[in-house]
Design a protein around this ligand. Sequence first.
Ligand code: MLT
Ligand code: MN
Ligand code: ZN
Length: 302
Amino acid sequence: MKVRVLGSAAGGGFPQWNCRCPVCVLAWNGDPRVRPRTQSSIAVSADGAHWFLFNASPDLKQQIAANPPLHPRGQGRHSPIAGVVVTNADVDHVGGLLSLRERQPLSLYGTERVLATLADNAIFGVLDPQVVERHTLVLEQTAPLCLPGGASSGLSVETFAVPGKPALWLEGGTGSREDTVGLLVRDGAGALLAYIPACAQVTEAVRERVRGAKLLLFDGTLWRDDEMIASGVGSKTGARMGHVSIGGPAGSLAGWAGISIPRKLFIHINNTNPVLIEGSEERQAVIEAGWDIAEDGQEFLL
Ligand code: MLT
Ligand code: MN
Ligand code: ZN
């Protein structure tokens, strides 16, 4: 199984177009301690020829250009992208669906809740259901990922609820366990990826879920809960946004302590997060705890 990081930043990317927080300023200045990052998405393939996007970010076109395995091949219309799996309805995770609208057959996977949100919003009708098959992911169940038309891709996903909340733009309604999910991705050989780009707390249930994974990609949005406030660029805490912070006694480094997964990286990193800065105290703490910070273009072979 191949896993490619298309975008390792959270919503807004890094640097964010309208942000001069201390970390974005480094990126705008071209400081070598930071690398720009696009918004939250990975691509996974069992055979290296057919790829599933896990979340489709508003930066998708740039991400396809930067990742040759996703370029069209042959003549006429073609794409190695066989489908998209979405973990929630956040703008950074569904915005890129609108860039996949050129009548390319695709398989689209999400929970009933998230697919209903897309169905209720007429703009996503540009992905004509005749061409883009919708497939429902059921909590606590494993589903094969099928190529458009129904052939097996060699990948399956197990869907599980994680502590979280509905997308920002859907707030006001009632919450559901299907609002934001984690996924275990397997291929025929048993390679196991745990992908959890949004999670409000590292509970014992979440730890138990990912047991046996070879690679864990986990929500690294913020270093500390009040980081956006402290950086002077927002009023919301991480908890308010459904993201556990990395640092601190209630943070994810502490929450994941002792977990035996060979490769663990933070992904979906907000532009205010000091772990983006090579050599920072916070980056050092992450590395000392056995974690890494995901980068755009990274590929893992499981
Ligand atoms: C989040 O991860 O909390 C969202 O992507 C925020 C947003 O939609 O801007
Ligand atoms: Mn997000
Ligand atoms: Zn910023």
